[in-house]
Write a protein that binds this ligand. Structure first.
Ligand code: HDE
Length: 706
């Protein structure tokens, strides 16, 4: 029976003058948990019965007259909107940007004028190729899009976690994305670049060589959004109040340092927790552990641009930090999860064209193309030109213009004047432009013939790819070679594999050899034809993840496998040491309810052993009693917990009672410096200290033989 016997009370006799906010106000009635609002239709008609449709007789047909039923089904049928054509899978959060010091010498942008000024932001992280429901740990570039709601309008810095891009001209973007996504005849693979079409396109596009190195590095399998860098990619302009322009590249630096997972781990995380990255960000924010990034600028003038080895308008190139240091000018803090995923994360519309006075574009042909694409794509996705009125997209400052009507027009201007100039005078005439404070494009001088060409200055495709490779530590270089080998092993056409290796020959002979050996190529291909020979550039340590890791284990997570009878002293010591470091701990138990420790204390489980493989943790501890070790050494998932932690070069803490499990997991004979036996509180501290290195990389070569 529906709950329509409840008596409802009218909160106010009349609602006529109230502003209608969906989900707020109106009559309430009492249920067990307190007062709840009365259910209504979209028209505001109170609903008496939401359990049964209107029928003719006891067993008769449904009446077409049932407006409540029809409205409910109609709205449900239209719940989906097209997913983004790229970056479909995303996760957003609110926060603020705080300026460290005034930058008025460089820019008149309002948000950079006052030290300590806080500007609200919304940030959306994303993968690129996968559909909305794909897994978080696909090997892929991550989007890092920031909407600043400044006092002079919205500024969208729509960046990625990699500072370069695949292509130099926006006209190739549809080809790139078609090649990367599912192959059109078969509709797979999903969220993977490990297939023929992708590598066919890349190997036929020498300009992609630099980006190919980046995407085969661990940058594309970040441990968390919280531990990755972000980049504006293009060269932009800052313009000050005197109209002086300075070139700028934008960087985001994670306060918790960089960190990635290893590839075998990524594959398994996708099965264990496809929402790994979004859950991580959600949990961190909900726990009050707000992630932070610093905004860094590389600023330079025309003179630098002319002298620099590469064209600053070429988005396949970086300016190494060692040549042009990154100046940190503010911090981004994410401190609030969304109230509603669809309304905010899904409907947020980033547009590279959204800039504010004091910031301007350059002629980067990729950026110029993006400025068309984003506005256009929002129209398709959000269904009309009024998406700027959606709360997530609306500027947090007054808006006045003569644009009107269209689908879903929510606030058309009042009065008679909807054009300009008009003679209605004064306030009745509507808004007017403001030459003194309004946005003015930087008057860059442009002239030349109309040409469909690629500038000569964009022609060196390999030198920075080589520089990137040589800037990596040996562990990272191995990961790059392994990633190429893995991806190209999934390519069925041998000629494409060989063609890709021919490009690697221009990058680094050693890398090409490793990949060719990994693929078992019959013969080494000749180096690909190169428009410019590869130059040797000095390595840039800033490009390595491992050289730029954190100094602490803060923000990371330890999985502690426990059993009944576990030594409570060790558990307490470990918990204390982990918490003191600012890290987190989860108890993994044979049954999710938990375990009873040696002194009878009940330890609540966070996870059951088959639901929390060690891949979801940064380090693990195995703390068992004799009986617990006996039980778990017969449990395959417990053995995998240890075997995988070992294979992924993780730090492992254990007590001596756990040895039978370590033996069954085949790691007992290979215990190395990455293991810490816990006998007392000081061992727990030592373990957490060793975890600061994140991985015991010395082990990796020993566990990878093929
Ligand atoms: Fe995008 N890109 N892109 N892109 N991009 C989109 O806009 C496009 C590029 C980036 O969380 C689309 O709203 C073209 C570079 C992010 O909502 C679309 C070109 C960079 C996001 C589009 C590029 C990016 C997008 C699809 C080549 C890093 C997600 C949905 C010129 C600097 C934003 C949408 C979010 C999304 C076009 C290249 C970053 C189709 C034509 C380079 C982070 O407009």
């Amino acid at each position: 029976m529906p709950d329509n016997r409840l008596t409802s009370s009218r909160e106010t006799a009349r609602f006529a003058d109230q502003e209608v906010i969906r989900g707020e106000g109106g009559e309430t009635h009492q249920v067990a948990g307190g007062d709840v609002p009365v259910l209504t239709t979209q028209q505001g008609v109170p609903v008496a019965d939401d359990q049964n449709s209107l029928k003719v007789g006891y067993r008769g047909p449904t009446a077409l007259e049932d407006f409540h039923f029809r409205e409910k089904i109609f709205h449900f049928d239209h719940e989906r909107i097209p997913e983004r054509v790229v970056h479909a899978r995303g996760f957003g959060a609110h926060g603020y940007f705080e300026t460290y010091e005034p930058l008025s010498d460089l820019t008149r942008a309002d948000l950079f004028q006052r030290a300590g000024e806080k500007t609200p932001v919304f940030v959306r992280f994303s993968t690129v190729a996968g559909n909305k429901g794909s897994a978080d740990l696909a090997r892929d570039v991550r989007g890092f899009a920031v909407k600043f709601y400044t006092q002079e309008g919205n500024w969208d810095l729509v960046g990625n976690n990699i500072p370069v891009f695949f292509i130099q001209d926006a006209i190739k973007f549809p080809d790139l994305i078609h090649a990367a996504k599912q192959e059109p005849d078969r509709g797979f693979p999903q969220a993977q670049t490990a297939h023929d079409n992708f590598w066919d396109f890349i190997s036929l596009s020498p300009e992609a060589a630099h980006m190919a190195l980046w995407i085969m590095s661990d940058r594309t399998i970040p441990r968390s959004f919280r531990f990755m860098e972000g980049f504006g990619v293009h060269t932009f302009r800052l313009v000050n109040a005197e109209g002086k322009s300075t070139f700028v590249k934008f960087h985001w630096k994670p306060k918790l340092g960089m960190q990635s997972v290893v590839w075998n781990e990524a594959l398994k995380i996708n099965g264990a927790d496809p929402d790994f990255h979004r859950r991580d960000l959600w949990n961190a924010i909900q726990a009050g552990d707000f992630p932070e990034w610093e905004l860094g600028l590389q600023v330079f003038d025309q003179d630098f641009a002319e002298k620099f080895d590469f064209d600053v308008l070429d988005a396949t190139k970086i300016i190494p930090e060692e040549i042009l240091p990154v100046r940190r000018i503010g911090r981004l803090v994410l401190d609030r999860c969304v109230d509603n995923f669809f309304a905010e994360t899904e409907q947020v519309a980033f547009c590279t064209q959204n800039i504010v006075p004091g910031i301007d574009f350059t002629n980067d042909p990729l950026l110029q193309g993006r400025n068309f694409s984003y506005l256009d794509t929002q129209l398709k996705r959000l269904g009309g030109p009024n998406f700027t009125y959606l709360p997530i997209n609306a500027p947090k400052r007054p808006v006045h213009h003569f644009q009107q009507d269209g689908h879903m027009a929510m606030v058309n201007p009042k009065g008679r004047a909807n054009y300009e100039p008009n003679s209605w005078g004064g306030a009745a005439g509507g808004p007017r432009e403001a030459p003194d404070i309004g946005f003015r494009s930087f008057p860059a001088e442009e002239q030349g013939a109309k040409l469909r060409i690629r500038a000569e200055s964009f022609a060196d495709h390999y030198s920075q790819a080589r520089q990137f490779y040589l800037s990596q530590t040996p562990v990272e270089q191995t990961h790059i070679a392994d990633a190429f080998t893995f991806e190209l092993s999934k390519v069925k056409t041998p000629a494409i594999r060989a063609r890709m290796v021919s490009h690697l020959m221009n990058v680094d002979k050693g890398l090409a050899d490793k990949v060719a050996t990994g693929l078992r190529l019959e013969e080494m291909p000749k180096p690909a034809d190169a428009a410019r020979p590869t130059r040797d550039l000095p390595p840039s340590p800033a490009l390595s993840i491992l050289l730029n890791g954190p100094e602490s284990f803060k923000g990371r997570k330890v999985g502690v496998l426990v059993s009944d009878g576990v030594d409570i002293g060790l558990v307490k010591a470990l918990k204390e040491a982990i918490t003191a470091e600012g890290a987190m701990l989860e108890f993994v138990a044979p049954r999710v309810g938990g375990v009873k420790a040696s002194d009878g204390t009940f330890i609540e489980g966070d996870e059951k052993i088959n639901g929390a493989p060690s891949v979801v943790y940064d380090a693990v501890a195995v703390l068992l009693s004799d009986d617990g070790a006996k039980l778990l050494s017969k449990e395959a998932t417990a053995r995998d917990f240890v075997t995988d932690a070992f294979a992924h070069a993780k730090f492992i803490a254990y007590n001596k009672e756990s040895m039978p499990l370590l033996e069954k997991a085949c790691v007992a004979a290979d215990m190395d410096g990455g293991f810490t036996e816990l006998k007392g509180p000081s061992d727990a501290k030592n373990f957490v200290q060793s975890c600061r290195k994140l991985r015991f990389w010395e082990r990796e070569p020993k566990v990878k033989q093929v």
